[in-house]
Structure formats: structure tokens, C-alpha cells
Design a protein around this ligand. Sequence first.
Ligand SMILES: Nc1ncnc2c1ncn2[C@@H]1O[C@H](COP(=O)(O)OP(=O)(O)OP(=O)(O)O)[C@@H](O)[C@H]1O
Length: 210
Amino acid sequence: MTLVADQVTYCRPGGGFTLAPTDLTVRPGQITALVGPSGCGKTTVAHLLAGLLEPHSGSVTAGGVRVRRRRGRLPGHTALLDQDPRAASDPHLTLRRAITLPASLRGIPVDPDALAEEVGLDPVLLDRRPAEVSGGQLQRACVARALAQGPRFLIADEATAHLDPLSTAAIARTLRRRADGGLGVLAITHDLRLAESWADEVVAPGAHVP
Ligand SMILES: Nc1ncnc2c1ncn2[C@@H]1O[C@H](COP(=O)(O)OP(=O)(O)OP(=O)(O)O)[C@@H](O)[C@H]1O
């Protein structure tokens, strides 16, 4: 199934920003990169696709079924990876618990050690808390947490923006491997070079990049 934004627009309450009609399709087995300068609306598109915002017009569908906004909750088929892993992590949970908890709430069995290995995170770090690991290590744990929930789509919003090249490469390899296994990935970045090296297709809010 595909995750599709069809001519979506969005107006921020109170004005100040309007997203131009945007088409975007996230396909299983592919990495789509959404690029554009700061403030052009990339995160807005991500949140529309994830059902965190309701479009002003147009529609978002997953497998042909409309994605409706649920307050602060993602639909089961989509995981969202934020650019700031510390803001997205509970400081009290060990990485192991953070990776297993959301999946176990959905009844999905998880092997945190195998996931840590997959994302290039030393399993020894799984028993530490966010303040006891680096930003790159924590972001790898966030990737593991997202994958643990068995999403069909993964939206990575500037997920490597603040990371060292090794962590960036580890995450890129993981997303490529998962895409090759059928995951649909949307990688949001302002870095066109990174997008072109990662992605099967590059799109921009409101327009296609030739
Ligand atoms: N909470 C907010 N209140 C008012 N305006 C906002 C708010 N958040 C974002 N905006 C505006 O909405 C527009 C789109 O923001 P969005 O975060 O989608 O852009 P972006 O392309 O992801 O930017 P960046 O690359 O800097 O993360 C921006 O011009 C921004 O100024």
C-alpha cells in the first residue's frame, strides 16, 4: 500500500503560513526525499502525512483509506522520526525500555539487541538512559524504537541533521536496507546532495524538483 498526499494544503491557525497544494507518494520499497529550504513547509507535510495535522484541502490516504487526524497519536502504519532525539525521548527510560515499550503496548514482540545491532548501536548502551549516550547513539535508538513498531511507512524529519557522518551513514544504511525489505521511507532534508545520494525520488513541497 502507498501513503499519498493529494493536493494537500494547510493554513496555520492565525495565518502567517500557507502550504501550496502538494502531491507526494511514499511507496513501499522506496526512499522518497522531501527537500526544500528552512520554513518552506516540510515538517508541515510530514505531520499531514502522519495524521498529526488535518489538511485544509486535499487528502491524505494510506492504502486508499483516508488518514484522519487523531490528537497526538500516529496511525499504526506510520512511524515518525524527529530531528531532535532528546526531545523525542523520555529521560527516565533506558534505551532498551524505550525501544520495547511502544511495540509491547501494541502486542508486537521485540528483540532490542537485534534492533540495536541493526542500527549500529552497541547493545551495551541499551541499559543507559538518554543523558548517558551521545546524540548520534540516541538517534540510532530512536530509529530502533520506530522500527520495533513494525511500521509500513517511516517519516524521518531531518533525522540526521545534527549527527556525525558515521551516525548519518549508519542510519542511511538502515533505512536503505529496510526500504529494500519493503518499508516506505520519506526522508525530509534541506540538503539536496544528501537527498540525491539517499533517495529513489526527490520532491519539494508544492513542486517537483526536476
Ligand atoms: N508553531 C508555529 N506557529 C506559527 N508559525 C509556525 C509554527 N511552526 C511553523 N510555523 C511556520 O510554518 C512554516 C512551515 O514550517 P515547517 O516547520 O513546516 O517548515 P520546514 O520546511 O520544515 O522548516 P525547517 O527546515 O526549518 O524545519 C514556516 O514558515 C514557519 O515559520
